[in-house]
Design a binder for this molecule. Structure first.
Ligand SMILES: [Zn+2]
Length: 168
């Protein structure tokens, strides 16, 4: 057994899932085009189907409110930085409120419900829609982010892999 004091200090490895082995990137199984219309369509489709944006692996959401750290197939880290999904919360709020407002307006215009019943439906929609929409807010946020930023997060992954190789 080696003396821990004699080992080189690598504190950053403690906090980086790529270096700690939590995520094992497998770029060869990723089939997302680097740019263009096809990329946007694939990202949107995969977001709607709750799939990994890079390889279309499903089952990345652990219900009710948790997403895997990394894709089990291609190793893409879904939250490349702390606070990444704050945008997803905003997307969820906007989406749920817009859909809720449309539903309430339709109910108000087309039904003979009492005011009490309309309020109950409106309050129920305001509470339930953000919960129901939550998984899609994560995957659609990734789709939006990867559309706007391209593959910038993969640079971090490459850097981590290079650092790991140098450390070995
Ligand atoms: Zn994947």
């Amino acid at each position: 057994m080696s003396d821990p004091a004699s080992r080189p200090s690598r504190p950053s490895q403690l906090h980086d899932p790529h270096l700690s082995g939590v995520c094992s990137p497998k770029p060869k199984v990723r089939d997302l085009p680097p740019s263009g219309r096809k990329r946007i369509v694939m990202l949107l489709k995969r977001g709607v189907l709750l799939q990994c944006p890079y390889c279309s692996q499903g089952h990345i959401i652990r219900y009710p409110f948790w997403i895997e750290d990394c894709c089990p197939r291609c190793g893409y880290r879904f939250a490349p930085e702390s606070g990444y999904f704050v945008g997803g919360y905003a997307l969820n709020l906007i989406g749920a409120e817009v859909i809720g407002l449309i539903v309430i307006i339709i109910i108000l215009l087309r039904s003979n419900l009492s005011l009490y019943e309309q309020e109950a439906i409106g309050i129920g929609a305001a509470i339930l829609l953000p919960i129901i929409f939550f998984p899609w807010s994560r995957t659609l946020w990734m789709a939006l982010d990867l559309t706007l930023q391209g593959d910038a997060h993969l640079e971090q992954e490459k850097h981590a892999a290079d650092s790991r190789q140098q450390a070995d």
